[in-house]
Design a protein around this ligand. Structure first.
Ligand code: CAA
Length: 257
């Protein structure tokens, strides 16, 4: 499918989506986000794809939601168009989704990265929520996901006082999984996606679902979901294959069934 604001590629079992609005530092306008949602759904439905990577350019992952698109909107315009609603697709994807972040990941760019399951960063990545400078607050999950990722004290500084995190700080505070030089972060993100994407597909899906429940439920409720998902996997051919392969000292062949 031809897109205007993104480029899609396949690297072995990793689906790659490049945000491609360089003249606006990948500012996330509604057309780009609609394309991103469509590309994610297409990769999620493609049995050849095991995991997805979203990246930008070396200079900017994304400098936020498109300020020019929303500058003149009224509250009623925002409510009725629900500008951010379509972003939720990112969190409904069943396969693992990784962000490969270099340069600016600001505002909605940081929020998009946090919607992903993991973040691989280049040494030049900068994470921040500068919406306070525009007279607004994060609107795509920043006030919630940043607190869960780095804790209340630091989230307050980032959102209330536009503190920006270097890649090294983001790693230290648990926002990102790994940091690499700018010339290798994307390749490393694709390697990680291919490593994860080669594993048992149904187990991956239920593992991701169970981990995400930890953010939404009490411990007791989350443990019920985990146990049901664990037991459910015994209905899959992959569970029989995986355990038989272990017992017979051979490599498993996953079918996703
Ligand atoms: N929206 C629209 N256009 C943007 C943009 C954004 N978020 N960020 C950058 N651009 C555009 C600039 O307007 C500029 O376009 P022109 O050449 O047509 O003027 C182009 O991208 C290059 O940007 P700069 O000239 O500003 O580049 P710089 O290197 O001097 O600065 C920057 C880079 C620090 C990232 C700066 O562009 C900046 O501060 N951008 C805005 C960051 C921001 O406030 N993000 C939050 C947006 S609101 C949001 O995201 C809400 C939410 O929670 C969903």
């Amino acid at each position: 499918m031809a897109y205007e604001f993104i480029i899609t590629e396949v690297h072995d079992r990793a689906g790659l989506i490049r945000l491609n609005r360089p003249q606006a530092l990948n500012a996330l306008n509604s057309s780009l986000m609609a394309e991103l949602g469509n590309a994610l759904l297409a990769f999620d439905a493609d049995a050849q794809i095991g995991a997805v990577v979203i990246t930008g350019s070396d200079r900017a992952f994304a400098a936020g939601a498109d300020i020019k698109e929303m500058a003149d909107a009224s509250a009623v315009d925002m409510l009725r168009s629900d500008l951010i609603g379509p972003w939720d697709i990112v969190t409904t994807i069943k396969k693992p989704v990784m962000a490969a972040v270099s340069g600016f990941a600001l505002g909605g760019g940081c929020e998009l990265a946090m919607m992903c399951d993991m973040i691989v960063a280049s040494e030049t990545a900068v994470f921040g929520q500068p919406e306070i400078n525009l007279g607004v607050i994060p609107g795509a999950g920043g006030t919630q996901r940043l607190v869960r990722a780095v804790g209340k004290a630091l989230a307050m500084e980032i959102i209330l006082n536009d503190r920006r995190l270097t890649a090294e700080e983001a790693y230290r505070f648990g926002l990102v999984n790994r940091v690499y030089p700018v010339d290798s972060y994307l390749e490393e993100a694709l390697n990680l996606a291919n490593s994860i994407g080669a594993r048992a597909p149904i187990a991956l899906q239920l593992a991701k679902e169970s981990i995400n429940k930890a953010f939404e439920m009490t411990l007791t409720e989350g443990l019920v979901i985990e146990r049901r998902n664990f037991y459910f996997l015994f209905a899959s051919e992959d569970q029989k294959e995986g355990m038989d392969a272990f017992v017979n000292k051979r490599q498993p062949q996953w079918k996703g069934k």
